[in-house]
Design a protein. Structure first.
Ligand SMILES: Cc1cc2nc3c(=O)[nH]c(=O)nc-3n(C[C@H](O)[C@H](O)[C@H](O)COP(=O)(O)OP(=O)(O)OC[C@H]3O[C@@H](n4cnc5c(N)ncnc54)[C@H](O)[C@@H]3O)c2cc1C
Length: 605
C-alpha cells in the first residue's frame, strides 16, 4: 500500500500560473486571499488527508458500516477523523460567512476537496452530500429554515443527505411516490427511499435529510414534486436535537466499492409520519434539488479526479519498484522502463492533470458568477437586471461545464483506475496491494448523481439544443483563441494545429446535433455520450494547451521549477498525441447516427 501525497506543485501551477487565482480573488473582493494563503491551506489539508484520512481508506473497504439497534454504525475511526475535519474548520471552508462559513473561493475549495476524495472516497462522500444540501437550503429555503439549520450544517456539526431515489424512481424522478401531508406549520412525510448515501451514522448528533415527496394536490410527473427538510432529530426550544423524528435506516446495501460509505434504505413515516418542512415553493422541488445535484455533480468530478490521482500515485510507486527486466549484465530493472508501462502511466498522469485543470476552471466560473453578481449589485444597486445578467453569463458557462466535469471525468476515472490495476499485473487483481479498491470505488462514479447517459443528455439537450449552441459556441471560440496563441510559439505549433482540429470536430458535432435532433428523435439520444466525451477531450486539450503555454513562458524566463515545467510540457504533448485524437473518433461515431443502434427489434436481442 503506497502513501498518499497531494500533488501540490500541479495544483499550485494550475491555480496560480494558468488560471490567475490571485487576480480572481481580487476581482471577487477577497483581498485577504492570496497564493501564499492557498498554499498554507492546501498543506494543512494535505497533512490531515495523508495522516488521518488515508490510513482509514483501507479500513473502510474491509470494515464497512453496519446496521444495529441504534442505526448505522460507521467504520471504526471515521468518527474521530470526521471530528478532526470539523474542528479544524474544513467543513466551512467555502461556506457563506452569514452562516459561519469562511467564504474561501470555490477554486481553492475544489483543490482541498481533492485531498479528502483521494485520501478516503468513502468518508469524503459525507461532506459532499452536506455541501449539496447546504446549497439547496441556502438557495431555496425560507429565512427561518436557513437560520435554524445552516449554521450547524455549514460547520459540519450536522451532516446532510439527499433522498431522491425510490425503487421505481431512479433516473426518472417523475415516478417519485413519497408523500407529504400538511399538518399545522409542518408536513408529515412518508415513503421509502433507497440508496441514500450516509443516510444514517453516529458521527454527528443530527442529520438533515432533503426529501423529494408529493403534496396531496400535486400534479403528476416532475411538476408535482416538492422538497422537504426532514431532520433525524427534531429541534427543541433551544435549537438543539431533541425528539427522534420518524426517519430510520432500515437496511444498508452490500456493494462493489465505497464500503466505507453507508448506502441506506430510508423509511420515512412508518410510525405516523416524519415531520418535515417545505423547502421552496410547493411542486417546485425538483428545481431546488437541481441546485443540490449540480453542486454534487461537480463534486463527483472531483471524486473521480481524487481516486484517479491516488491510483496513479500507487501505480508509479509500484512501477518503480517492480523488477521485471534483465539487462545483458544480468542486473534487473523496474517495469517503469518499459514503453507500454510508460504509456499507461503517462495516460494516467496526463488525463489526471487535464481533469484537475477542468475542475478548477469550472470552479473559477462559479466564483466569477458569485463575484460579478455581488460587485454589480454593489456598483449598480438600483439596477438588479445588470447584476443578474453579469452573473448569469458565468453561471451559464459553469452549467455547461457541469455534465462534462461529471460525465467525462468519471468515465476517464474508469480507464485510469483500471490501468492502476494493470500496471500492478497480478498483484493489482489481488486485494492486498489496494490497487483494486480504487477501481472498485471508482465504479460508482459514472452512476450516481445522474448516470453518464443522463449527463450526455443534459449536455446535448438542455445545455446545447436549449440555447441553440450559444454557450458552447462561445466556449469553442475561447479554445480556438488559445490554439491560435499556441501557434505563435514554435515548439507548440504542432499541438496548436491538433487543438484547432479538435475544436473543428466540436463545432461539427454541434452543427450535426442542431440540424439532426429535430428530424430524428433518436439522434440526440444516440449521439449524446460521444458528444460529451468529445467536448471533454477538447476541454482537456484546452487546459493542457494553456498549461504548455504557461510552462513554456515560465521556462523561457527562467522562473520556477524547471524540471516541473519541462515535465508539464511533455505531459501536455502526450495528451495531444494520445488522448486528444479521441475527439475525432467521437465525431465519426456521432456522424454515423443512430440507425445501426436502433435497427434491431427488441425481440432480436
Ligand atoms: C452507492 C450508491 C449511492 C447512491 N446515493 C444516492 C443518494 O445519496 N441519494 C439518492 O437519491 N440516490 C442515490 N443513489 C441512486 C443513484 O442516483 C441512482 O442509482 C442513479 O440515479 C441511477 O438510477 P437507477 O439506479 O434507478 O438506474 P436506472 O435509472 O434504472 O438506469 C439504468 C440504465 O438506464 C439508463 N437510462 C435510464 N434513463 C435513461 C434516459 N432517460 N436516457 C438514457 N439512458 C437512461 C441509465 O443511464 C443506466 O445505464 C445512489 C446509488 C448508489 C448505487
Amino acid at each position: 500500500m503506497s502513501d498518499y501525497r497531494f500533488p501540490y506543485k500541479d495544483a499550485a501551477f494550475l491555480m496560480n500560473d494558468v488560471l490567475g487565482f490571485e487576480q480572481m480573488c481580487q476581482d471577487a473582493g477577497l483581498e485577504d486571499v492570496n497564493a501564499e494563503l492557498a498554499t498554507a491551506i492546501l498543506e494543512e489539508a494535505g497533512r490531515l488527508g495523508s495522516e488521518v484520512f488515508a490510513p482509514l481508506n483501507e479500513v473502510g473497504d474491509h470494515k464497512g458500516a453496519t446496521l444495529g439497534e441504534n442505526g448505522v454504525q460507521e467504520t471504526p475511526g471515521f468518527a474521530d477523523a470526521y471530528r478532526q475535519y470539523v474542528d479544524n474548520g474544513w467543513a466551512s471552508l467555502s461556506g457563506d460567512e452569514q452562516y459561519g462559513g469562511q467564504n474561501m473561493p470555490r477554486m481553492l475549495a475544489a483543490a482541498v476537496v481533492e485531498v479528502w476524495d483521494s485520501s478516503n472516497l468513502g468518508l469524503s462522500l459525507c461532506p459532499l452530500l452536506t455541501t449539496g444540501a447546504v446549497e439547496a437550503i441556502a438557495a431555496h429555503a425560507s429565512d427561518e429554515l436557513k437560520d435554524t439549520y445552516l449554521p450547524n450544517m455549514v460547520s459540519g456539526e450536522w451532516t446532510g443527505s439527499m433522498c431522491l431515489t425510490e425503487p421505481a424512481a431512479g433516473s426518472d424522478l417523475a415516478a417519485v411516490t413519497s408523500k407529504a401531508v400538511p399538518e399545522g406549520d409542518h408536513y408529515l412525510v412518508s415513503g421509502q427511499k433507497i440508496f441514500i448515501t450516509w443516510g444514517d451514522h453516529q458521527m454527528t448528533n443530527n442529520i438533515i435529510h432533503l426529501v423529494l415527496a408529493r403534496l396531496p394536490d400535486a400534479p403528476a410527473g416532475v411538476k408535482g414534486i416538492s422538497l422537504f427538510l426532514v431532520p433525524k432529530f427534531l429541534l427543541d426550544e433551544n435549537g438543539q436535537p431533541g425528539e427522534r423524528n420518524d426517519a430510520y435506516c432500515v437496511g444498508i446495501e452490500h456493494k462493489l466499492g465505497i464500503h466505507g460509505s453507508p448506502t441506506c434504505t430510508m423509511s420515512f413515516g412508518d410510525k405516523g409520519g416524519a415531520i418535515g418542512y417545505l423547502v421552496g415553493k410547493p411542486h417546485n422541488g425538483l428545481m431546488a434539488m437541481f441546485t443540490m445535484m449540480n453542486e454534487a455533480r461537480q463534486g463527483v468530478g472531483i471524486q473521480s479526479l481524487g481516486v484517479s490521482e491516488r491510483s496513479y500515485q500507487q501505480a508509479v510507486a509500484y512501477a518503480k519498484e517492480r523488477l521485471q527486466g534483465t539487462r545483458s549484465d544480468g542486473s534487473r530493472y523496474p517495469i517503469i522502463e518499459f514503453p507500454d508501462v510508460r504509456r499507461m502511466l503517462m495516460m494516467m498522469k496526463s488525463a489526471t492533470e487535464a481533469m484537475r485543470g477542468l475542475i478548477y476552471t469550472a470552479a473559477a466560473e462559479a466564483d466569477r458568477a458569485h463575484a460579478v453578481g455581488a460587485a454589480s449589485r454593489r456598483d449598480f444597486p438600483s439596477d438588479p437586471a445588470t447584476s443578474a445578467e453579469a452573473a448569469q453569463k458565468h453561471a451559464a458557462r459553469n452549467a455547461l461545464y457541469t455534465p462534462i466535469v461529471k460525465g467525462w471525468i468519471s468515465e476517464l476515472s474508469q480507464e485510469i483506475t483500471s490501468y492502476g490495476i494493470q500496471v500492478h499485473g497480478g498483484m493489482g487483481f489481488i486485494e492486498e496491494t489496494g490497487a483494486a479498491q480504487h477501481y472498485r470505488d471508482a465504479r460508482i462514479l459514472t452512476i450516481y448523481e445522474g448516470t453518464t447517459g443522463i449527463q450526455g443528455l443534459d449536455l446535448a439537450g438542455r445545455k446545447t439544443l436549449g440555447d441553440k449552441g450559444a454557450a458552447l459556441k462561445s466556449l469553442l471560440e475561447e479554445i480556438q483563441a488559445v490554439a491560435e496563441e499556441m501557434a505563435d510559439v514554435e515548439s507548440l505549433a504542432g499541438m496548436a494545429a491538433s487543438l484547432m482540429e479538435a475544436v473543428r470536430a466540436g463545432e461539427e458535432a454541434m452543427v450535426w446535433l442542431l440540424s439532426n435532433a429535430s428530424q430524428d428523435r433518436n439522434a440526440a439520444g444516440g449521439a449524446s455520450v460521444n458528444f460529451m466525451m468529445l467536448l471533454g477531450y477538447v476541454c482537456g486539450g484546452w487546459i493542457m494547451g494553456r498549461s504548455a503555454l504557461t510552462a513554456n513562458n515560465l521556462s523561457e524566463s527562467g522562473d520556477g521549477d524547471q524540471a516541473f515545467l519541462t515535465a508539464k510540457q511533455v505531459t501536455a504533448r502526450f495528451y495531444f498525441d494520445h488522448l486528444l485524437p479521441r475527439a475525432g473518433s467521437c465525431l465519426a461515431t456521432i456522424k454515423a447516427g443512430s440507425e445501426s443502434m436502433m435497427a434491431l427489434d427488441v425481440e432480436q436481442f
